[in-house]
Structure formats: C-alpha cells, structure tokens
Write a protein that binds this ligand. Structure first.
Ligand code: ZN
Length: 138
C-alpha cells in the first residue's frame, strides 16, 4: 500500500522510487527468509577419530594471580527439627561467705545453705567445689 501510494501520488524522481522499492523488497526478503528457510548450521558434537582419545581444552589462560576459591555448593540443607529443650536451671548451693558452689548432698551444704542458679553463683564469684561433683560452669 505504501509503495503504491508513493508510485502514484508522490512526485519523486523515478530512480528514488525504484531504490526505495528495492530497499523495501530487500527488507521484506530479509525478514521472510529466516522464517521460511532457516540457515543450516553445523551440528556440534564430539566425534572420535582414533581409538586413543585426546582432548585438548583451549581458552584464555587463567590469570596467574587469580585466587583459587573453592565453591561449596551444598546439595541438601539440613533442617533440624528436634526441639531445643529449655535447659533446666542448674541449682547449686553456696554458703554465705564461701568461695565454692556445691551440690545438694555435699558435706559443706547444710539445711540452711542458700541455693541459687549456677550462673548466678558464677556471677557472684563462686567456683566449683573440689569435694563434691558440682556441675561445671557453662
Ligand atoms: Zn562441695
């Protein structure tokens, strides 16, 4: 349609009209050819030419100062579904004015020996009694 209007209505020199028409035709062909007749390509692949296979890898050399970084790509992500138990508070016995914390049945513990949580005893400066099996401070 555009070309027809150009040929009939416009007052362009015949050469230009011909050139525009040819260009339009070329564009049309260039668009149509790949759609109808895709260019043939060589099929890539590896083929053996002898019984002994020799494979060469070609490419740009790696920079000499490049750091080698091992990439760790886990295939699975462990999901731990076990509930974390709320730790029972560890109770120890500390005599007033003493330096050590004790278990309940330590010989240094009396009926009136105050008991506290282990972390509180440690914060207060008490250390593990060597006589009883007091729990380690964490
Ligand atoms: Zn003790």
């Amino acid at each position: 349609m555009g070309l027809y209007v150009m040929w009939t209505d416009m007052r362009w020199p015949r050469m230009i009209k011909t050139a525009v028409s040819a260009a339009a035709a070329l564009v049309l062909v260039a668009i149509l050819i790949p759609m109808t007749n895709p260019p043939e390509r060589e099929i890539g692949g590896v083929y053996l030419v002898d019984e002994e296979v020799e494979i060469g890898v070609y490419g740009p050399e790696a920079p000499a100062d490049r750091e080698v970084i091992e990439i760790y790509a886990p295939r699975y992500t462990a999901v731990i579904l076990e509930p974390t138990a709320t730790p029972e508070p560890v109770i120890v016995y500390c005599n007033n004015g003493g330096r050590y914390y004790h278990t309940e049945d330590c010989k240094y513990v009396n009926d009136d020996t105050p008991y506290v949580k282990l972390n509180k005893a440690v914060e207060a400066g008490y250390t593990k009694c060597a006589e009883c099996d007091a729990p380690e401070a964490y």
